[in-house]
Design a protein around this ligand. Structure first.
Ligand code: AMP
Length: 572
C-alpha cells in the first residue's frame, strides 16, 4: 500500500514533520509557524551541512533541541561524511530507531521470497560498534550502527528463526574490534554447518574479517581443539559469552578446519568453511563495488552476493527488492515513510553540483515525479531537524515499483578515494598533498605532479599516491626514504577525522603509500588519456585514476615506493 500511495505517504510525512517541528527556531524563520506544505516548498532553502552545523554546535553545548526539532535530540550520529575535516553530526530523535527497525524488518521477508529454508539455520554477520563520546551537554555522539546495536530494538529483538545470529550480542558490543572479530569468527567456525548466511554491513568489513581469518586461523583452530579461548581475548563480557562455544575440546572440527585453511587454496574457501551458505550479504554498491572481485575470489564465484539496503546517518532510505540480481545491477526502492524526499536534477547528466552552488527551491523534484534514466542528487527532510538537506549522493532512476522510484547508487558527490567508511574528496587530498610537499621543498625537491589510487589488492586496502618529483640540486642523488616517509605521514595527518580513525583505530585502512614515478610519467599519462578521448586543451591531471591502462602505465614507471611509518594521530 505504501508504494501504491507513495504521493499521499510523502505528503503525510511532510505534514507530520511540519506539525511536529513548526515551532522550532529554524523552521519558524521560513514558515512563520505555518504547517502548510506549499509554504515549505516555496520558502525553505536547500542546504548543506555548513548551514546545519551551527545548530548542532548549539545543541552540543546545551541549548534546547527545540531550535531544530519538536522532539528531543537524544543522540548525534557521527556520519562518515566530513566537513572541514570533522565528521558531520546528524541529529536523531528516539522515534528514528523505530523507522530504522521498520526497514530492517523488511529484509528477511524480501529474501524469503527468493531463497528458501533461511529459517533453518544461522547467520554469521560480522557486526561491530565504534567508540562513542558525549557532547558537553551529555548527548551521546556515536555512529548510526553503534546506536542501533546498543538499542533495545536490537538487543531485545524478538528471537525468531530469521534473526538467529552466530555472534552473541556481548561480542558484537565489544569495543575492541580485533577481539570482537576474533570471537565472531570463532563462533561462526564452531557453527559452520548451521551457517546459511554470511555478511557484514559493508563489503570492506567482511573482507577485512576474512583476511583476519587468514592470519589467525591457526589460533582459532587451536582454541577449538583444546576448548579454550585464546588469552589475547581479555574483554570479560566476550570471555563469558564465548564459554558456551568452547565448552569441550573439539579435535574433529579442528582437524576439518585445519585441512581446509592449512592445506587447500583460499580461492573459494568460504563455500568450504561454510558448506551450507546460501548467500553473502554486504553493501557492494558505490565505492564498495571495488571489493566485488575479492569477494568473488573467496566465494569462488559460486555464492550469490546480495546488497539489501541503502541507508545513512541522516535517514534510512530504501531496500533492494531483487536481492539476487548482480551487484552491478542493484537498484534501491525508496521507502516513502522514512523521510520526506526531494531530488535535485543533474541536468547535464552526471555533472555534479558543488556544495557552494545555491540550488533554487523551484528546481527540486518530488519522489514520485522523478524520471526514469535521469540523474539526481538526494535531498531529505527528517523529523529530527534536517530540512531540505543535501545528502550528497548521486542516484539514477532505473524504474518504478508501483508509484515509488527505484534508484541505482551512482556515486557520492566529490568523493575520489574511499577504502572503508572514509571518503576523501579532491580538495581534502589536494590540501594534504600541498602540506606534505613543503617537506620536499625544504629539502631541494619539488613535486611536479600527483595523482592517487585506492589500492584494494591488499587487505586492508590503502591510498596510493603517484608522485613525480624533481630535484632542484645539481646531480642526481637517490631520494632519502625518511624524507618520503615523512611525506606519507604528513599527508595522512592532514586527512580528515574518519580517515584517521579508520587508520589508527579501526585498522580498516592500511598505511598510505607514495610511489615515486620516473621523469615524464605524467606526460605519458596525458598522452594516454588524450588518445582515449580527453581534450588536450582542457586536459587536467586526474587527481584519482581508475584501474585499467592509466594505472598500468603509472605502475610501469614506478622507481621507488614508500609507506607511512606509523599511524596518524587520532582521538575520539
Ligand atoms: P553514513 O552517513 O556514514 O552512514 O554514510 C552514509 C552514506 O554511505 C550514504 O549517504 C552513501 O553515500 C553510502 N551508502 C550507504 N548505503 C549504501 C549503499 N547501499 N550503496 C552505496 N552507498 C551506500
Amino acid at each position: 500500500m505504501l508504494t501504491v500511495n507513495a504521493k499521499e505517504a510523502q505528503q503525510l510525512i511532510l505534514t507530520k514533520i511540519l506539525e511536529s517541528n513548526q515551532a522550532s527556531e529554524y523552521l519558524s524563520k521560513f514558515m512563520n509557524r505555518s504547517t502548510n506544505t506549499s509554504t515549505f516548498k516555496r520558502n525553505v532553502p536547500v542546504v548543506t551541512y555548513d548551514v546545519v552545523q551551527p545548530y548542532i554546535a548549539r545543541i552540543s553545548t546545551g541549548e534546547d533541541s527545540s531550535i531544530i526539532s519538536g522532539d528531543r535530540i537524544v543522540e548525534l550520529l557521527r556520519s562518515s561524511g566530513t566537513s572541514r575535516g570533522e565528521p558531520r553530526l546528524m541529529p536523531a530523535i528516539s522515534e528514528d530507531l523505530d523507522r530504522r527497525t521498520y526497514l530492517y524488518s523488511l529484509l528477511m521477508p524480501i529474501m524469503n521470497k527468493y531463497v528458501s529454508g533461511l529459517g533453518e539455520g544461522k547467520a554469521m554477520y560480522l557486526l561491530f560498534v565504534k567508540a562513542e563520546t558525549l557532547t558537553n551537554s551529555g548527548i551521546p555522539v556515536r555512529s548510526v550502527l553503534t546506536s542501533y546495536y546498543k538499542s533495545p530494538h536490537f538487543l531485545h529483538r524478538k528471537h525468531d528463526l530469521y534473526n538467529n545470529y552466530t555472534s552473541p550480542d556481548e561480542v558484537i558490543l565489544c569495543p575492541d574490534s580485533q577481539q570482537s572479530m576474533y570471537c565472531q569468527l570463532l563462533c561462526g567456525l564452531v557453527e559452520r554447518q548451521h551457517v546459511l548466511r554470511l555478511g557484514a554491513v559493508f563489503a570492506s568489513a567482511f573482507l577485512r574479517s576474512i583476511s583476519f581469518l587468514e592470519q589467525h586461523w591457526c589460533d582459532l583452530v587451536n582454541d577449538i581443539r583444546i576448548g579454550k579461548l585464546n588469552s589475547n581475548v581479555t574483554n570479560t563480557e566476550c570471555r563469558l559469552a564465548m564459554e558456551g562455544f568452547l565448552a569441550l575440546p573439539n579435535p574433529e572440527l579442528a582437524d576439518e578446519l585445519e585441512e581446509i585453511c592449512g592445506h587447500g587454496p583460499w580461492k573459494g574457501i568460504l563455500g568450504r568453511l561454510w558448506p551450507n551458505v546460501k548467500y553473502i550479504e554486504a553493501v557492494l554498491t558505490g565505492t564498495m563495488a571495488q571489493y566485488i572481485p575479492m569477494l568473488e575470489f573467496y566465494s569462488g564465484g559460486r555464492i550469490p552476493l546480495v546488497c539489501t539496503m541503502y541507508a545513512s546517518s541522516e535517514s534510512y532510505f530504501g531496500v533492494n527488492l531483487r536481492p539476487l540480481c548482480k551487484p552491478t545491477d542493484v537498484s534501491y526502492t525508496i521507502l516513502p515513510n522514512m523521510a520526506y524526499f526531494e531530488f535535485i536534477p543533474l541536468e547535464d547528466g552526471l555533472r555534479v553540483t558543488d556544495d557552494e552552488e545555491v540550488v533554487g527551491n523551484d528546481k527540486l523534484v518530488s519522489l514520485v515525479d522523478v524520471k526514469v534514466g535521469c540523474y539526481y542528487e538526494l535531498v531529505v527532510t527528517t523529523f529530527s531537524g534536517l530540512y531540505r538537506y543535501r545528502v550528497g549522493d548521486v542516484l539514477q532512476v532505473t524504474g518504478f515499483y508501483n508509484r515509488v522510484p527505484q534508484f541505482k547508487f551512482i556515486c557520492r558527490r566529490n568523493v575520489i578515494l574511499s577504502i572503508d567508511t572514509d571518503k576523501t574528496n579532491e580538495e581534502d587530498l589536494h590540501n594534504s598533498v600541498t602540506r606534505a610537499k613543503k617537506i620536499l621543498e625544504d629539502r631541494n625537491h619539488i613535486l611536479l605532479e600527483y595523482t592517487s589510487y585506492p589500492d584494494t589488492s591488499t587487505v586492508p586496502g590503502h591510498y596510493v599516491l603517484f608522485w613525480e618529483i624533481k630535484s632542484t640540486c645539481e646531480g642526481v642523488k637517490p631520494l632519502d626514504p625518511q624524507l618520503l616517509e615523512s611525506c606519507c605521514i604528513s599527508v595522512e595527518e592532514s586527512l580528515d577525522y574518519i580517515y584517521r580513525r579508520c587508520r589508527a583505530h579501526d585498522k580498516s585502512v592500511g598505511p598510505l603509500e607514495i610511489r615515486v614515478v620516473e621523469a615524464g610519467a605524467f606526460d605519458a599519462l596525458m598522452d594516454l588519456l588524450v588518445s582515449q578521448g580527453s581534450s588536450i586543451n582542457q586536459y587536467k591531471t586526474p587527481r584519482c585514476i581508475e584501474s585499467g591502462l592509466a594505472l598500468k602505465l603509472l605502475n610501469s614507471k614506478v622507481t621507488a615506493s614508500f609507506f607511512s611509518p606509523r599511524d596518524p594521530e587520532w582521538t575520539v
